[in-house]
Design a protein around this ligand. Structure first.
Ligand code: FAD
Length: 645
């Protein structure tokens, strides 16, 4: 009886490419799985060593940073050299090789602090501590490779970068990637000849150890292995050209090209002969955790700085004989900033705890990358509007400009957000996060009708039970609660999943589903953060309700766009609603009057001898009922430069 069903489902499943299958098999699941089961889940709070890398070392570095661009510059790449020598590039490398291997929590907080001073300094620190030679060698390197390279990377003698992208392979990372081919040299040794044409590579202009990815072909069957391969090349390698750099929006970090025709030994492949053709799997496995750390940490930095700075600025700046903080239009925008910043910091915190449990949650990492960078851009847009002229004119008091310029970089790198939202999080993520779809898919691909029967039955029971719960039967949760939203979303997911492979083309639908999925994850994070910090019930409830309202709007749209199945889903539609003006007013008062909120926002950003410190001091004076006109005038000043003659 299952055969016709098996054949029917087989026809509906999408064609899955090898690269996609590897992506699906990489990493694991966590809270994303419980969301699709219609349940709330939390990680264990991390309680490991949090100050392995001395805080004062970082404070000294940041204190001495003069705001100059770190690349290109005339000081011999002083900042890169200093970061390397002081072990800032060693946070993924084990102690036995001289590294300072940090927990995810500590690494994330440190990156936030460094990026809060300067995004370029943040990017330069972030890259060696995410996907690249250090991580790849640690996980996949041969003993000889580890012993040779890891100590040099740890002590800063070697500066790494990782080159995957080229003019013809951007989002489709392996599509038309550089080619390599097995050859025999004059002495009849087996070698690999690679034609490199990499662009956009961060740290490439200053790096002396490059991880490079290419498609290795073996037309003469010299090795009998082929496929995407990752190898290491040193700066002075014959034929290698590192002569040009890009200028990413004047943010000021090294980024450039790696080109040339080079010949490699098989030993230069990371992991040696064994790992030829396994490059894509290696990259996907690393990214399934890594995407959830560095870019979210930098999004956290920019949002915290903007919100902390604006908290004080709107009290200090006066127009129409009142402070900006007294104007409702400003209050509305500022509440939005706090809401988004709180979502970012809560999700960074919870995701760090998930990762410190040793998980590699591929879908959650994609959600974090896309949502935090996107929301950080919203924070900056509101901040720019509020700070107005003084955010536009450059100068030492302008604490927004550098983040505003660098926001699109986080959006674009490590899987551009448009693709991540509309293809990766839900369209592909569904297969991974759903409790029954991937096992069902595997049974079909393996032509195993016995397994198919088991998983199909489990899927039917799961879908039916969720559907009944979504009708409000047999559940003990409040209609407006987060638990109820999870059941509703998981129910909708089971219907949307029937689209099968069509979801990859229906990207508006996949994007809307991704947003709901993400919002639920973020709402759980906000709840988790409140349980941990007990900062503000009012703010927590407000944000969760706002995320639920956003989801309900999207859910209505999704149902309206479905086919006949929409008639079975009418009970999931809701009245459109948004927070009342009065709720926003109350929220603003809570933000200004509950010191725990600002205390949390201030965590992990550097406030010393800078405009943020001046702004904070202005608030202190104002709170004491005094007005320090000099200080107030100081914080509203903008840069003035001599005119050219
Ligand atoms: C500052 C900077 C630093 C970088 N650092 C590195 C590095 O160190 N190493 C490295 O290897 N690479 C690096 N990159 C490359 C980066 O990962 C790519 O820019 C990114 O993958 C996007 O590729 P692209 O810019 O060519 O955009 P394209 O691939 O041309 O994409 C254009 C648009 O189409 C969308 N899109 C593409 N395909 C789909 C689809 N199937 N469905 C829906 N939408 C889609 C994208 O989301 C994007 O919005 C860096 C890039 C920049 C700008």
């Amino acid at each position: 009886m299952y055969r016709p069903l098996f054949n029917f489902v087989k026809r509906r499943i999408p064609r899955i490419s090898d690269t996609e299958m590897i992506a699906l098999q990489s990493g694991d699941t966590s809270i994303d799985r419980s969301i699709l089961q219609g349940k709330i889940g939390y990680p264990m709070a991390f309680d490991g060593n949090i100050h392995k890398f001395k805080e004062d070392t970082t404070n000294q570095l940041l204190r001495s940073f003069d705001g100059s661009r770190i690349y290109p510059n005339e000081n011999n790449n002083h900042w890169i050299q200093r970061l390397a020598k002081e072990k800032y590039f060693s946070f993924l490398i084990d102690e036995k090789y001289g590294g300072v291997k940090l927990s995810v929590n500590e690494l994330s907080n440190l990156l936030t602090k460094i990026a809060s001073v300067d995004p370029a300094l943040g990017v330069a620190t972030m890259v060696p501590n995410s996907l690249g030679p250090g991580e790849l060698l640690t996980i996949y390197g041969t003993t000889e490779q580890k012993d040779h390279y890891l100590p040099k990377l740890a002590n800063g003698e070697m500066i790494p970068c990782f080159g995957l992208t080229g003019p013809n392979n951007g989002s489709d990372a392996t599509g038309t990637i550089d080619k390599g081919v097995f050859i025999r040299d004059k002495e009849d040794n087996l070698k690999i000849k690679v034609n490199l044409n990499k662009r956009y590579i961060t740290l490439a202009p200053v790096a002396n150890l490059m991880g490079i990815a290419f498609e290795l072909e073996d037309p003469e069957n010299l090795m009998g292995k082929s496929g995407i391969t990752v190898a290491l090349v040193e700066r002075d390698h014959p034929g290698l050209i590192q002569s040009t750099h890009h200028n990413p929006l004047d943010v000021g970090f090294p980024n450039g090209t790696i080109k040339g025709e080079i010949t490699l030994d098989v030993e230069q492949v990371i992991g040696g002969e064994e790992n030829i053709g396994k490059g894509w799997k290696m990259l996907m496995e690393c990214l399934s955790a890594g995407r959830g750390v560095s870019l979210p940490a930098t999004a956290n930095a920019s949002s915290k700085v903007a919100t902390f700075g604006l908290f004080h600025y709107i009290k200090a700046r006066q127009q129409f004989r009142m402070s900006l903080a007294e104007m409702e239009a400003i209050q509305e925008k500022f509440v939005n900033m706090v809401v988004q910043t709180w979502i970012i910091q809560s999700s960074v915190d919870m995701t760090n705890d998930i990762l410190d449990e040793g998980k590699s949650p591929a879908v959650i990492s994609a959600i974090m990358k896309q949502q935090t960078t996107e929301r950080a851009r919203m924070v900056l847009n509101d901040a720019m509007d509020i700070q107005a002229g003084s955010a536009i004119c450059k100068g030492p008091n302008n604490f927004l400009e550098k983040f505003y310029k660098s926001a699109p970089i986080g959006i674009t790198v490590e899987g551009s957000n448009t693709l991540t939202r509309s293809l990766i999080i839900f369209a592909q993520g569904l297969n991974k996060s759903h409790p029954h779809i991937f096992p069902l898919l595997t049974s079909i691909l393996e032509n195993n009708i016995g397994e198919f029967r088991i998983h199909f039955n489990a899927l039917v029971v799961h879908s039916f039970s969720l559907y009944v719960q979504s009708l409000g039967w047999g559940i003990m949760v409040r209609e407006s609660s987060l638990e109820h939203e999870l059941v509703r979303f998981a129910t909708l997911t089971n219907f949307v999943a029937l689209k099968g492979g069509a979801l990859k083309k229906e990207q508006m639908l996949a994007g809307d589903m991704a947003d709901q999925f993400s919002n639920l994850y973020l709402a759980i994070c906000v709840q988790y953060y409140q349980t941990k910090t007990n900062s503000s019930h009012v703010l927590t409830n407000y944000i969760i309700q706002q995320l639920i309202m956003e989801n309900r709007k999207i859910m209505n749209r999704v149902i309206d766009n479905l086919g006949t199945e929409r008639f079975l889903l009418q009970h999931l539609k809701s009245k459109d609603s948004s927070p009342l003006y009065e709720e926003k007013r109350k929220m603003f008062q809570e933000i200004m009057n509950n010191p725990s909120i600002l205390h949390e926002i201030k965590q992990h950003i550097f406030i010393e001898n800078n405009i943020l410190e001046d702004l904070e001091n202005t608030s202190v004076v104002l709170k004491e009922g005094n007005v320090d006109t000099d200080l107030r005038n100081k914080v509203i000043q903008v840069g003035e430069f001599e005119n050219p003659i």
